[in-house]
Design a binder for this molecule. Sequence first.
Ligand code: ZN
Length: 347
Amino acid sequence: MANVLRSLRDCHCHLDVDVRVGDGRIIASHIEDLGRHGIPNRFFHLMSTNHIDILVLNEILGNLNENFVVPYFGIHPWYSHLFSELSRDDYASDEEYKESHYRKVLDPAPDSQLLDILPIPFSLEEHLKKIEQSCIKWGQKFCAGIGEIGLDKLFRIPTNGFYGNQSSPLKDTDVKLSPCRVTMKHQELVFVRQMSIANELRKPVSLHCVKAHGSLYELAAKRSQPNIPAVTLHSYSGSVDQANMWVREFSNKKSKLFFSFSNYINGVEGKRETLTQLLSKVPDEQVLVETDFGIEKYIKSPEKIQDYFQNLTEIFETIASIKKWSHENGLSILSTNSGAFSSCSVP
Ligand SMILES: [Zn+2]
């Protein structure tokens, strides 16, 4: 394995969207194979996003002997509509409960076809407990964080109800986008609750944001959450001015702030100018790299794993060239940063 991979860590990645409960054991064995080939400890900062991948993540951890994974537990904004703060007990039937919930959190309200395909919502309260318990259960052995959480103003519900819905009759190619968005009020409620858990348990957070940078800044930078050891803005897409505000705000805080950059969102040719401007505002010690990939399909194939490593190496090289770091120096900076970042999740 190339030297570069011994110094880098993937500070934000996922399981595939079609991952199934029961897949955890085999994924864990592929991860341990990579461990034998030299990836460093705490290499995969592995996010969960919904009610399915959190179960698989728990399975993976149960089958891993070494700490190659730092698990993150959370509800992603693309799945926040599936979780309800309403109480099932207040409704005569599941159908009534379901309709009230989705009418409340989706705008416009779903038509009968979409409503049909959406699952009976899960209790937000119970899922937050699951997030909290998972953090506590695995925190000692693997460290842990809260993620991927955040706000997304552009996201629309897919016509299969949610990405990865295995009980939808629609084939992937037939899935379109409905006009329905999750209200910002609901997204913010789910987000704030998870930030509180992070603050209470002293865990780092990995944040997603699309076109809601003002609100995210209010809720995650302005608001005092002094026990969160690190806040990571993953695949940052806000303005350069806003990035500067984040950096300034956190310079007075105990919590660390990181910007984690991915090849496919931040590294593409058309974004080079933006990335250059961004990096002029982000201090060296706050830079991380990530793939944001679903890792499963890569780690199980000896050919595809090379594409995966290539991707991580490329964003590193892009940043190093913009920052005018020498190769050696760049590796040492990122190794230090991801080490500092990983140790933020140590209990
Ligand atoms: Zn992500």
